[in-house]
Design a protein around this ligand. Structure first.
Ligand SMILES: *Cc1c(COP(=O)(O)O)cnc(C)c1O
Length: 399
């Protein structure tokens, strides 16, 4: 028998759960794109998107996903042949580095593996060795969604400053914006990218590049600029159509307006605290299960774990068995492993991820913990007991 009927819960690290008010805001006839409500709504999103990123500088909006943002940011920052330094902590850093390579950049990388954060001392060392300042951009992912590591962005900035290196500092916050604390200006980030479908709780299809005046000046006149990705016109449109270089994403804009209102109404500090608390509830459950079985955190140190996604290893093939059984029987879908062995291999089948970003609350977390416990039991996967209680203790203490 299946117990999966009822509302399905897609608990993968993006697209995240879309709030009903966001869906409802999008359910309407096409608005006029030349005058009226949609125009005001678009103008109004600009300051609020800057608030969420913690910046007073610039933002460009795009009709795109995260991969498009990788290209958007790079084509604005560099010229063909320019050197970039990418700090790698999982699949998503590799993805951004690959785009840089294919655009003709000279890509240097520092590999930190799949189980650890960026070590700022090694970044500092690499920049110190770059005496002629050939490196134009330092790139990192804040939260790597594959490994669920959370890098210390402020510490990386300090490493850059310690050497007095002039490189532009660019950060991918696609999995962390609206989930983990991020302060673009305070942390000295020059370029930051995030898409609509994760912490911003809106369907996939919109993306944003925030950039500092420094990055704007450095990138001026570079030879990779293309008309569609050029951030200048989007950030400072003279005509309305320049915001999106053509027809705006009408319905996404209504959805995003609602989602941004929800974030600002809750308050950024509260949004971050909610994610941190719910993440700690998962961690307590995982600690408990791990005591009687093979379940392990991919990132051992809590200090470096994302509050939006948790990558776990159970050993192949149990990770995949667990995921598939939960979808079929319990109506919950967890995330697949990414970047651990070939797809379909035993290594890959040993990992899985829980998405806990955006529109989530205590009962959703407790539901998944209970569902995982059910799956462990049904599949006879050894596990420690008392996970729900451990999670409840974390939550009860907080509210
Ligand atoms: C999801 C994600 C991406 C890719 O986004 P797509 O919309 O799938 O192209 C890039 N970087 C990070 C950190 C992500 O979490």
């Amino acid at each position: 028998m299946s117990l999966a009927n009822g509302r399905h819960y897609l608990a993968i690290p993006g697209p995240s759960v879309i709030p009903d008010p966001v869906l409802q805001a999008m359910h309407r006839p096409a608005p006029n794109i030349y005058t009226g409500e949609l125009v005001e709504l678009t103008h109004g999103l600009v300051p609020d998107l800057k608030t969420i990123a913690g910046t007073k500088e610039h933002v460009a909006m795009y009709i795109t996903n995260g991969h498009g943002l990788w290209e958007a940011s790079l084509t604005n920052m560099i010229s063909r042949g320019d050197k970039v330094l990418v700090c790698l902590t999982g699949n998503f850093g590799h993805g951004w580095a690959d785009v840089a390579r294919r655009l003709g950049a000279d890509v240097e990388t520092i590999e930190f593996g799949k189980h650890a954060p960026v070590d700022p001392a090694r970044l500092e060392e690499a920049l110190r060795a770059d005496k002629d300042h050939k490196i134009k951009v330092v790139m990192t992912v804040h939260v790597d969604t594959a490994t669920s590591v959370r890098n210390d962005v402020a510490a990386m900035r300090k490493a850059i400053d310690a050497v007095g290196h002039p490189a532009v500092f660019a950060v991918d916050c696609i999995a962390s914006l609206g989930c983990d604390r991020f302060e673009m200006d305070n942390w000295g980030v020059d370029v930051m990218i995030a898409a609509s479908q994760k912490g911003l709780m809106t369907p996939p299809g919109m993306g944003f590049v925030w950039f500092s005046e420094k990055a704007r000046v450095v990138g001026n006149g570079n030879d990779l600029r293309t008309p569609y990705w050029d951030w200048e016109t989007r950030a400072k449109p003279v005509h309305l159509y320049e915001y999106f270089d053509g027809t705006p994403p009408t319905h996404h804009l209504y959805g995003l307006r609602q989602a941004v209102d929800m974030i600002l109404d809750e308050g950024l500090e509260n949004v971050w605290e909610r994610h941190a608390t719910l993440a700690r509830a998962y961690w307590a459950a995982v600690d408990t299960w791990g005591q009687g079985g093979n379940l392990r955190f991919n990132i051992a140190e809590p200090e470096y774990r994302s509050h939006a996604v948790t990558t776990l290893s159970l050993g192949g093939p149990d990770g995949t068995r667990l995921r598939e059984w939960m979808t079929e029987h319990l109506g919950i879908t967890l995330g697949i492993s990414l970047g651990f062995g070939e797809i379909g291999s035993d290594e890959a089948a040993g990992y899985f991820r829980i998405g806990h970003m955006g529109h989530i609350n205590a009962h959703m977390v407790l539901g998944i913990i209970g569902a995982m416990e059910t799956a462990f039991t049904a599949l006879q996967i050894p596990h420690g007991t008392g996970a729900s209680r451990a999670a409840a203790m974390v939550l009860a203490e907080r509210v």
